[in-house]
Unconditional design. Structure first.
Length: 179
């Protein structure tokens, strides 16, 4: 009886330690990243998983095998959904987002993307959150890049027009202006 107990505990310990080592030492296919913006009284962070292109068609028609088909919900990253957190109210594309933590998801299109800010931030990214929890949605134009971006990148840019959340991947870029 003692042997069975010792073998069982040893087996469980080996599985737990092995799993921990696998998760911590194996590079993630879509590593987690955070982009931050701290300026003009704004403190914004976006946490998302960064998939790679890997010679795939990223945005396009489903019939062409696009990884992210046009006009379909996308969690805007991989693994878990994308989180936007702001410490103060934010005017995002002429919509007021109260200070807090939200999920950000998109519906890419050929010429524009629909961006949704959703109050439900406790779900795993593969499921579309309930649209009734959308704080607001808005459309932004998509522009083509001259060079392909291998890994999904969300960051912040400031120019003469103002500040924007910038999303780039493959040959596509969208800007989400904020104040």
């Amino acid at each position: 009886m003692k042997k069975i107990l010792v073998y069982s505990i040893s087996s469980i310990l080996i599985i737990v330690v092995g799993g921990y080592l696998y998760l911590t030492l194996t590079p993630q296919a879509s590593p987690l990243d955070t982009s931050s913006f701290v300026e003009n009284g704004k403190d914004i962070t976006i946490t998302y998983s960064r998939p790679y292109k890997k010679d795939r068609l990223i945005f396009g028609e489903e019939s062409d095998g696009a990884l992210v088909p046009y006009n379909q919900y996308w969690r805007t990253g991989a693994n878990r959904h994308t989180i936007i957190k702001t410490s103060s109210d934010l005017n995002l594309n002429d919509n007021i987002l109260a200070a807090g933590e939200y999920s950000l998801y998109t519906t890419p299109g050929l010429n524009s993307w629909e961006v949704a800010i959703n109050s439900d931030n406790g779900f795993f990214g593969i499921y579309q959150p309930d649209a009734s929890d959308d704080i607001f949605t808005f459309n932004v134009p998509v522009t083509s890049l001259d060079e392909s971006i291998e890994q999904l990148t969300i960051d912040f840019v400031t120019d003469s027009i103002g500040s924007s959340i910038r999303l780039r991947w493959d040959l596509s870029q969208v800007l989400m202006p904020f104040k």
